[in-house]
Design a binder for this molecule. Structure first.
Ligand code: NAD
Length: 500
């Protein structure tokens, strides 16, 4: 019988008796390696209640002591990052260097949060009126929920946990049920770092657990990352229940290549950003917009590079470049877009279904695929495929490229490749997308900025981590103070208070 992954509640593992479970699968072998319990609404209620008590005490703890926990967690996660990465490779399928890369990006947010005392400093204006001072402080919200997707089982939780915890909240994390183990490892490291029991809980589960969090009166805020339909649902349900919500959704990221671009640099970037992590990144490049006449040359250079990508299991002694997709169903859905493309009159230049993967036959393999002459607005262009499929669209001018990028409902990331600073500057100003790269294909903001898209890629108005993360997980309070002075004259005044 396969092992069942427990929840992490009140600083210890817990398995809920009689609960529903889901399988944990190794995508490189197709084998079920374990099971994960799906929390009931009753368990979620219990967790939120104990988090409220633990969080209140944690929020009152001094900044110095909370900062010490953050530094200790930083050291522990850095020391154990290979263990976390190995769990990711075993359940997600991404190759070890890529798994380590996502832990590293998560560590950067921990390091940002280590500056806690500076991040939550308030302001003070002295003598705004005679004898009156005004100060502002930011305080924690209480218990907040983090609901994360399968594609970054460590990094996405780490976009939120360090900041939410640092500023004095308790957190209930509901990771993806497809690759849940990394979350438990991370929670155990927080406990080892000195985070008191109950301040961080991990409840595994599916829609039942998510709905219980979205409707629970004890949850003050929700940070969600996942697909657009679920993000919209989470935003609408959470806000309808009085919560602050940031819900990051899906993406269709376009890379525009102008005729003056360095075509080798552009081809390298398109291949790296299109097929890294098998295209299962919210910042992956999935559409290449070639401003003619560069289309043929660019496609030729990309095809050359694609031929060298080694697909296989991350467990192989010699690390491949790209692993499998997350589930068999998802692999088949992604592969299905190659037929859809042919039906829509596009040209399948490289068909990943013929890949010879270095891995077991039952793995969820699909090689890098390239579709040329994709038509604007076709299904292959408009829908998020979320796999190793790169579409090429050809347009005559910069204006046509811009119109194409702005025509879609998504607005997560985009890139422009050019040597023309004026054109790049214009694109940065005119494109309706939250994160823009200039000759950088995956412009994920550094931890001291904030991450987030526009339009259907983010519901709510707060981006993740950085200054907006600090703002999201705290609420402001402004205090107006007057102290009686020995010779102060007082008197009744029913007029509206004014400064004098
Ligand atoms: P998903 O929407 O299927 O699942 C995300 C989370 O929601 C999981 O924890 C899941 O258990 C839960 N969930 C799923 N269906 C639900 C439902 N009907 N009701 C309530 N909860 C539900 O997403 P996924 O497949 O895990 O992740 C891939 C998606 O996430 C892609 O669309 C990708 O673009 C997106 N993503 C976006 C970003 C970003 O920053 N914008 C980052 C990473 C991933």
């Amino acid at each position: 019988m396969s092992k069942q992954l427990p929840h992490w509640i009140d600083g210890a593992e817990l398995t809920e008796a009689g609960a529903r479970t889901g399988p944990i699968t190794n995508p490189a072998t197709g084998q079920v390696t374990g099971a994960v319990g799906f929390a009931s609404a009753a368990l979620v209620d219990r967790v939120v209640t104990s988090a409220a008590d633990a969080g209140a005490a944690w929020g009152r703890m001094s900044l110095t002591r909370r900062t010490q926990v953050l530094f200790a967690f930083r050291e522990l996660l850095n020391a154990r990052k290979h263990e976390v990465a190995a769990a990711i490779t075993a359940e997600h399928g991404k190759v070890p260097s890529d798994a380590l890369g996502e832990v590293q990006r998560g560590l950067e947010v921990v390091e940002f949060a280590c500056g806690l005392p500076h991040l939550v400093k308030g302001g003070l204006s002295s003598e705004v009126s005679t004898g009156v001072d005004v100060s502002s402080i930011r305080q924690p919200l209480g218990v907040v929920a983090v609901i994360s997707p399968f594609n970054f089982p460590a990094m996405v939780p780490l976009w939120f946990l360090p900041i939410a915890l640092a500023v004095g909240n308790a957190v209930v994390l509901k990771p993806s049920e497809k690759d849940p183990s990394a979350a438990n490892l991370i929670a155990a490291l927080w406990a080892e770092a000195g985070l008191p029991p109950g301040v961080l809980s991990v409840v595994h589960g599916d829609k039942e657990a998510v709905d219980a969090l979205l409707t629970h009166p004890g949850i003050a805020a929700v940070s969600f990352v996942g697909s657009t339909p679920v993000a919209r649902y989470v935003y609408e349900t959470g806000t309808a229940h009085g919560k602050r919500v940031q819900a990051l959704g899906g993406a269709k990221n376009h890379m525009v290549v102008l005729p003056d671009a360095d075509l080798d640099q552009a081809a390298d970037a398109a291949v790296s950003a299109g097929f890294g992590s098998a295209g299962e990144r919210c910042m992956a490049i999935s559409a290449l917009v070639a401003v003619e006449p560069v289309g043929d040359e660019l496609v030729s250079r990309i095809v050359d590079r694609m031929g060298k990508i080694r697909v296989g299991s991350g467990a192989n002694a010699e690390e491949p470049d790209m692993g499998p997709l997350i589930t068999r169903e998802h692999r088949d859905k992604v592969a299905g877009y190659l037929d859809i493309a042919s039906g829509e009159g596009a040209t399948v230049v490289v068909d990943g279904r013929t890949v010879d993967a270095a891995g077991e036959a039952d793995g969820f393999w699909l090689g890098p695929s390239l579709i040329d002459h994709v038509q604007p607005g076709s299904r292959v262009h408009a829908e998020e495929i979320f796999g190793p499929v790169l579409s090429v669209l050809r347009v005559p001018t910069y204006d046509a490229a811009l119109e194409l990028v702005n025509s879609l409902p998504y607005g997560n990331g985009t890139a422009i490749f050019t040597r023309d600073g004026g054109a790049a500057r214009r694109y940065v100003n005119e494109v309706e997308v939250g994160m823009v790269g200039v000759n950088v294909p995956i412009p994920v903001p550094a931890a001291f900025y904030s991450f987030g898209g526009w339009k259907a890629s983010l519901f709510g108005d707060s981006h993740a981590y950085g200054p907006e993360g600090v703002h999201f997980f705290t609420r402001g309070k402004v205090v107006t103070t007057r102290w009686p002075e020995p010779d102060a004259q007082t008197g009744v005044n029913l007029g509206f208070p004014q400064h004098d």
